[in-house]
Design a protein around this ligand. Structure first.
Ligand code: HSE
Length: 290
């Protein structure tokens, strides 16, 4: 059985731990019943029971109070870079839980898979787009996630600027304060409301204004050397930028091919070792095939 799961960019400026967009950037993983746990097709360090695809698989069986059966997990395609803020851990958890659901006949709904994986991941913002596809808002309260599908105008163009260094989510969360001032809270919630309108209507001026944030980016940018160059290149091209998830990837958002191409040219000269990938939204979410 084959699971194809999209990566995602979460946060999108002010929508910390809530907003996310799924990308046509996929991991493909085969799951087959086996006598014990066997993991192939990935680096040695990911072949143990702490592999996130297996964690998701085991958690879905545990949810039903069932023992976890042996399984062979084969990574066939790993296009979502690891520890770069493109939702690779959420994608793996979701793939594993969905595979368990299918192989074990567990009859869990998409919403239940999201709840199970959110308990492990801690926040639903990458999981919701990976499972359902598209642009999502997701909130988890008392172990239950509530999600909404948000509108994305077809004129948006996206460029992932992927540094040649990893940034662990744990480290990128550790630098955040535990509490925020009222003005920071109002700054972010008001811009999140405007951001949804900007994305829906293809309004670049509104997006540029509303993509700003005071909850996470100011604390994380020092962990991403070169991020200032990305902001500058985006601005020069008439586009704007934010950190993708917890980073290290930066997401450039534009309303024309020309702006994306101009950022691509400038940034490939500035950062020859970084990867620049034009992204398109995925609207299907996780897919299972036999
Ligand atoms: N919302 C999360 C964060 C995404 O910014 O820490 C990373 O998993």
């Amino acid at each position: 059985m084959l699971v194809t799961v999209p990566g995602s960019s979460s946060n999108l400026g002010p929508g910390f731990d809530c907003l996310g967009i799924a990308w046509k950037l996929y991991d493909r993983i085969a799951f087959e019943p086996a006598g014990s746990l066997v993991i192939t097709g990935c680096e040695e360090r990911f072949r143990g029971p702490d592999n996130l695809a297996y964690q998701g698989f085991a958690a879905a069986f545990a949810e039903k109070g069932l023992p976890v059966p042996g399984v062979r997990i084969e990574f066939l395609q790993c296009d979502i870079p690891v520890s770069r803020g493109l939702g690779s851990s959420a994608a793996l958890l979701a793939a594993g839980a969905a595979a368990a659901n299918e192989l074990g006949g567990l009859q869990l709904s998409g919403a239940e898979l999201l709840d199970i994986c959110t308990r492990i991941e801690g926040h639903p913002d990458n999981l919701a787009p990976s499972i359902f596809g598209g642009f999502t808002a997701a909130v988890c309260e008392n172990g239950k996630a509530v999600t909404a599908s948000c509108a994305l105008h077809p004129s948006w163009r996206f460029l992932a600027v992927i540094p040649d260094f990893e940034l662990s989510t744990a480290e990128a969360r550790r630098v955040l304060p535990d509490s925020f001032s009222r003005s920071a809270a109002v700054f972010n919630l008001s811009r999140t409301a405007l951001l949804l309108q900007a994305f829906e209507n293809g309004d670049m001026d509104l997006l540029r204004f509303s993509l700003r944030d005071r909850i996470h980016q100011p604390y994380r940018l020092p962990l991403i050397p070169g991020a200032d160059r990305v902001f500058a290149a985006a601005e020069e091209a008439g586009a704007c930028a934010c950190i993708s998830g917890a980073g290290s990837t930066m997401l450039v958002i534009a309303d024309s091919h020309t702006a994306v191409e101009s950022c691509l040219t400038a940034l490939s000269v500035a950062f020859p070792a970084w990867k620049l990938i034009k992204l398109e939204p995925d609207t299907n979410g996780l897919q299972i095939s036999r």
